[in-house]
Design a protein around this ligand. Structure first.
Ligand SMILES: NC(=O)c1ccc[n+]([C@@H]2O[C@H](COP(=O)([O-])OP(=O)(O)OC[C@H]3O[C@@H](n4cnc5c(N)ncnc54)[C@H](OP(=O)(O)O)[C@@H]3O)[C@@H](O)[C@H]2O)c1
Length: 313
């Protein structure tokens, strides 16, 4: 760990990425544009070496919109730009209302299913109920094979992991993981990571919620598990904290031109993190968030400076 991996963003030039970001009003410093490179940083999934772009897309609340075209249209643009800018990891759950179905429908309409790395979850108790729910997720996401199936909030995890091991052997799921969203669960989460062979763990981590740095992120790295980060903006709480406050001028040193990029670059520059999954319903926010995944990223000393700055606001 420690070395940052980069790779080419699919089908988009540096000039185009910068044009989109500028169009969305997210790049305020011309110096940043000069510093940006052409591609989203990618990180390997430790157990296979397959690489993923460091910025993904969450769907909680944002994709839970039902069938109305007026509600779906902005999300179609979010997903279109996400893929165009090189994104692939989309995270959902049967707990998120209609989000799985909306993401599945929009991906099919856009013809981008093959470019996505689909991650969803099982969130129920009992073997048969788990199987029924996961099969429903396959249908809703229109997936023949799920890239990643996670046990949501560790609900009945022993039962579902037993099912998922079989499914992985059959090729029905490619990777298996567990999730949680609060530091109160880290004790339980750590015990599962220590004893189970998992490909992924998903947890909360942000510049405002750094507890994962103490045990969970080092443990995931030691156990060679990929890390998806939920709540990278502390569920938008971070934006309230910085409202009306200017971005520090030194943020330009690591190619950062907005608060969203500041928060995301902090998360993805932790060497144990594979991919952050911010949620957004707005295409200009999506473009802003994707720009955070373009090098350079802050180094360890800069990360501490960033955290101090936010703590003192
Ligand atoms: N496993 C779990 O237990 C668990 C728990 C929570 C979340 N998750 C997963 O993690 C994902 C992310 O977490 P989250 O949805 O709780 O919160 P989050 O990503 O930290 O924050 C989402 C909020 O930030 C806003 N936002 C996004 N980009 C922005 C930008 N560039 N500028 C300003 N505002 C911006 C969004 O509003 P706009 O729509 O206005 O952009 C939305 O209100 C979820 O969607 C879900 O997939 C998992």
């Amino acid at each position: 760990m420690g070395k940052w991996h980069s790779g080419r963003a699919r089908g988009i030039s540096r000039r185009e990425l910068l044009r989109l970001a500028l169009g969305a009003g997210t790049l305020a410093f011309s110096g940043v544009a000069m510093a940006a490179t052409s591609s989203l940083v990618r990180r390997p999934i430790p157990r296979t070496g397959e690489s993923l772009p460091v910025i993904g897309l969450g769907t909680w609340q944002t994709f839970d919109v039902g069938r109305a075209e007026s509600k779906r249209a902005p999300l179609r643009e979010v997903l279109r730009e996400f893929v165009r800018l090189g994104g692939s990891v989309v995270d959902s759950s049967p707990m998120y209302g209609e989000s799985e179905g909306v993401a599945g429908d929009l991906a099919a309409e856009l013809g981008v299913q093959q470019q996505l790395f689909l991650a969803t979850k099982v969130w129920t108790s009992g073997r048969d109920a788990g199987i029924r729910q996961m099969e429903q997720s396959f249908r809703r996401l229109r997936a023949q094979r799920m890239d990643l199936m996670q046990v949501h909030n560790l609900v009945d995890w022993r039962t579902h992991l037993a099912t998922l091991r079989g499914w992985k052997e059959q090729g029905k799921v490619r990777y298996v993981g567990v999730t949680h969203y609060t530091e109160g669960a880290y004790g339980d989460l750590a015990r599962v990571l220590e004893t189970e062979e998992l490909d992924f763990v998903q947890l909360n981590y942000s510049i405002a919620e750094r507890e994962a740095e103490r045990k969970m992120l080092p443990l995931a790295a030691e156990r060679r598990m990929a890390v998806l980060v939920n709540r990278p903006f502390a569920q938008a709480g971070l934006f309230s904290k910085v409202r009306g406050k200017p971005l520090p001028v030194w943020a330009a040193e690591f190619g950062c031109a907005s608060w969203a990029q500041f928060f995301l670059k902090f998360v993805i520059s932790h060497p144990a993190v594979t991919c952050a999954i911010p949620a957004t319903s707005k295409v200009q926010h999506l473009v802003d968030n994707m720009q955070a995944g373009v090098a350079p990223l802050p180094d360890a000393a800069m990360r501490e400076r960033m955290a101090r700055h936010v703590a003192e606001l």
